[in-house]
Ligand binder design. Sequence first.
Ligand SMILES: NC(=O)c1ccc[n+]([C@@H]2O[C@H](COP(=O)([O-])OP(=O)(O)OC[C@H]3O[C@@H](n4cnc5c(N)ncnc54)[C@H](OP(=O)(O)O)[C@@H]3O)[C@@H](O)[C@H]2O)c1
Length: 258
Amino acid sequence: MVGRLERKGRLIVVSGGGTGIGRAIAGRFAASGDTVLVIGRREHVLSRAAEELNESLRGAAGRVIPVSGDVSDPRFLARFKDQLEATEDGKVDVLVNCAGGAVRGPDSSLDEIAATWTENYRSNVLTAVLLTETLDPRLRRPGGRIVNFSSIAAFRGGGGPYSAAKGAVTSWTFDLAARLGPEGITANVVVPGYIEDTEFFGDRMTAERRARLIAQTLDGRAGRPEDVAAVVFFLASAEASHITGQVVHVNGGALFGR
Ligand SMILES: NC(=O)c1ccc[n+]([C@@H]2O[C@H](COP(=O)([O-])OP(=O)(O)OC[C@H]3O[C@@H](n4cnc5c(N)ncnc54)[C@H](OP(=O)(O)O)[C@@H]3O)[C@@H](O)[C@H]2O)c1
């Protein structure tokens, strides 16, 4: 877990920070001097990411610290909270709920359908809700920032239970923004389109599918994790204090399905 923090810069928590978009977000904050806790279930993936990101900082002030665990598991979250409270100033400046993904499963019986829908909800909604509830008392007031992750699939379908779960993240973000706004905390939801160099598609990406997704953009290219990281970094800045309860799309104009 975390150990003593010897904090540099702001304290940022990024779930799903070991790969893809979350990893780029962690790198973006660390490069600007912040301390970033990256959370994921696979310890070796996280440690390697933290090592590589820290090496790439080459003397810059920030730091990436791996914390392995499942953010949908209340027992892990209780331990994580205790660890943060044991640090000299466990205040969290920015929480990025990036962990998630589309869970495929069989659907030939109601039991199988229930299992797949439940798993998508757990992976995309509970991960964000439970980590946010865990850190809520420790978020900086005023000035704290929460960035949640939805998907283009929530706005135009195509992902079945995954689309529906990401839709739930979006509507929950509005409640969060309303609840925490009076305390000076913003909550926004970032909505990526097709982003390459992530583990999101696993072995489900083909050359044809990639070409189709790129053809739907207006700039003729796939999104990059850094495209999304730049938006998250801005939403987490002091300059973005009047932006809350918003849905920010990063998809090269693909939303309209051209
Ligand atoms: N790539 C795209 O085209 C795209 C498009 C729209 C939306 N998104 C969304 O963007 C976010 C980032 O995804 P990505 O594209 O960067 O894919 P990714 O590389 O698969 O990243 C997802 C990360 O979440 C972690 N994670 C998943 N469940 C977790 C849990 N219960 N507890 C802790 N960590 C967990 C995974 O690590 P472990 O498996 O080690 O836990 C992984 O590092 C996701 O919410 C995804 O739905 C992606």
